[in-house]
Design a protein around this ligand. Structure first.
Ligand code: COA
Length: 374
């Protein structure tokens, strides 16, 4: 079953210079293809099990009517969100990261002590020094190195590509990747342009080394960043200096992190422009086209972004995995959360090709083409 798609994939590989994608006539698509780099195609890496855990408090759109000038109908129509799940009192990001990791381990039938590396992709850790080591410890991954990775809502995709490099090089055999965020911690609850969008959630995947192209579960990727768009979505540190009463008049920064600010329309324009392009670029690197995609799984930021990207990619909406209605935007958690739900529901079958794409603050965006073998 894992090999289901291999025949068509190798055929497309041979013809990869001439894309059969019907949408590839535009100049921008040619640019995406030109950016394709050898070495971003298949990797000795495959996903073998997933898990997820969302925040425990469910907050429907209606609850925001008491906070800001908004209403359920507007939020549903403009974003596709009906509710979101926030961390319950006393529950930390590490807790939902651990729960998702434990489910992923169980589903992959991998023992925690066999994990070589734990990566936690997050922008909202319980501890700024990183949550990965304590997540590793809590799940019993006693032989694993562990670190956090920050790439905002692109974190899961960037994390998967990072993990794949360790597997590709032969350094490690099994990596646990967690995408987890609780951006509710950084929301300005008086800003209707942001507070309605986000929820808290985590998802995890166990990735293991493979030897052959036939067994590979990461067929291609593309990653991008552009700091020029930084100010469109940020949680900045605001300096506040106090002067020490010593001879040197030493100044110490005692500032703190601010609330999230976002230029919604600019981020929207960025997403609808870049997401279809980066998915095409990753498909090209994989030697595939939109026609080979069984499931399109985009970061769950706005259903209108998903619809636009699917249209550009010529992928019907019934192949688009979405759970934004239930969870809103859970940042680095959103892709593995939706992936886990689709696997739990039996939608995704072994051999299915899934195009995933994350995008957000940085600005950063990326896509990876996965072949499911869990
Ligand atoms: N409830 C009611 N009205 C709202 C509102 C809310 N929660 N948020 C904004 N509005 C209002 C605006 O104030 C504006 O009113 P005006 O016309 O009187 O000035 C109007 O709705 C349209 O605002 P606009 O910002 O153009 O809305 P939009 O349709 O673009 O939707 C977002 C706003 C934030 C939903 C949308 O821009 C978006 O999804 N952007 C991308 C965000 C994103 O993906 N971020 C995360 C990336 S990881």
């Amino acid at each position: 079953m894992i090999l289901k798609k291999y025949a068509s994939i190798s055929r497309v590989h041979m013809n990869s210079a001439v894309s059969s994608d019907p949408t590839s006539k535009k100049t921008s698509d040619a640019d995406a293809i030109a950016k394709s780099v050898e070495g971003k195609s298949w990797f000795k890496c495959r996903p073998v099990g997933v898990g997820a855990c969302a925040g425990q408090q469910t907050v429907p759109n209606k609850a925001f009517e008491a906070l800001v000038d908004t209403n359920d109908a507007w939020i549903k129509k403009r974003t596709g969100i009906a509710k979101r799940h926030l961390l319950a009192e006393g529950v930390g990001l590490r807790d939902i990261a651990v729960a998702s990791a434990q489910e992923a381990l169980l589903n992959s039938k991998v023992a925690p002590e066999d994990i070589d590396l734990v990566i936690v992709a997050t922008s909202s850790p319980d501890d700024l020094f990183g949550d990965a080591a304590s997540v590793a410890s809590a799940i019993g991954a006693t032989n694993a190195a562990a670190f956090d990775l920050t790439a905002a809502c692109s974190g899961f995709v960037f994390g998967m590509v990072t993990a794949s490099q360790f597997l590709q090089s032969g350094t490690y055999k099994k990596v646990l990747l967690v995408g987890a965020d609780a951006l509710s911690r950084f929301l300005d609850w008086s800003d209707r342009g942001t507070c309605i969008l986000f929820g808290d959630g985590a998802g995890a995947v166990v990735l293991e080394a493979t030897e052959t192209k036939e067994a590979s579960g990461l067929l291609g990727f593309a990653l991008h960043s552009n700091g020029k768009g930084y100010s469109n979505l940020k949680v900045p540190f605001q300096s506040k200096y106090i002067e020490v009463q010593n001879e040197e008049h030493t100044k110490i920064d005692q500032g703190e992190y601010q609330k999230m600010t976002m230029n919604g329309p600019e981020v929207y324009k960025f997403a609808v422009h870049e997401v279809p392009l980066v998915v095409k670029e990753a498909l090209t690197n994989a030697g595939l086209t939109s026609n080979d995609v069984d499931w399109l799984l985009l970061h769950q930021a706005n259903v209108r972004i998903m619809e636009h990207a699917a249209k550009e990619l010529n992928i019907p909406m019934d192949k688009v995995l979405k759970n934004i209605e239930e969870y809103g935007n859970t940042s680095a958690g959103s892709i593995p959360l939706a992936l886990t739900e689709a696997v739990r529901a039996g939608k995704i079958k072994p051999g299915d090709v899934i195009a995933i794409s994350g995008f957000g603050a940085g600005l950063s965006w990326g896509a990876a083409i996965i072949r499911w073998s869990g």
